[in-house]
Design a protein around this ligand. Sequence first.
Ligand code: R5P
Length: 296
Amino acid sequence: MQKNNTVIISDDRNSSIAKKISLDLHVEYKNAQLRLFADGESKIRLENVAGNNCIIINSTYPPTDRHLMQLFMIIYKCKQDGASDICVVSPYLAYTRQDKVFVEGEIVTNNLVGEILATLGTTKLITIDSHNPSAVNYSYESIDLTAIPSLANFAKKNFRLNDPIVISPDEGGIQRAKRFAEIINTNMLSLVKTRDRFTGDISVSINDQQSVNKRDALIVDDMISTGSSIVKATELLKKNNIANVYVLCTHALLLDDAKEKLLKAGIKELISTNSIPNEFAKVDLSGVISDYFSSH
Ligand code: R5P
């Protein structure tokens, strides 16, 4: 990365991660000043970035449409000013879960968001533990980084685990769980999750015959949204006589009463990254992002 003309840009909401990255990389931080009007529209002021290599940090967690619009506005301003490059770092990029047509007539919003970013002038996109990393694949350079090593190292350092087993709540998360298990030096098991595409209801089962009896489970997932996947997984593991259940995820959306549901299900700990601010965000992502830029 060329340092002399690089600037890190964020609004206040994303400034904690953005400022740490600017310190790590020794590059200037520019604040995009944000104001919300009474009707919900956003107004953003950003000083001129003509000729700059702009790195915009913006995690588009709920309210997703508002935060996406604010991201679009910042990219638009950079392009209008004549930025030399526009790299968007969106640790949590909204709308990526719909990465294909599941039911005829649906819109693949993962592709829609990617195309809007391209139209606005994005030259590179970085996400973290996107739901389907292979769908982070657009007409411009697009990279999905992972926070799994950081989460695994947190577990290794902070949890006193007894015969741990890493659990993926569904088959889509197997690669993440495998990587986590390698780091804490144990094995993993994937549950099988099916979702009713019309009602959204999920059911979880175990096909793998390996025993979880009296072991500590580390359930690893990309995100917790309503909490239903983790609750179902926890209930199933408890029926199979698991000892303690630790849950680690990259993006803790924790919508509605997700936190209460998880605690009621009997999980022992919940840990997430700070891609979305919440009381469980104990793993900082800025190092993962800075390390990427230091080596590219
Ligand atoms: C989807 O398969 C993801 O990997 C997550 O497991 C899912 O999005 C979590 O959603 P929820 O918390 O609503 O079950």
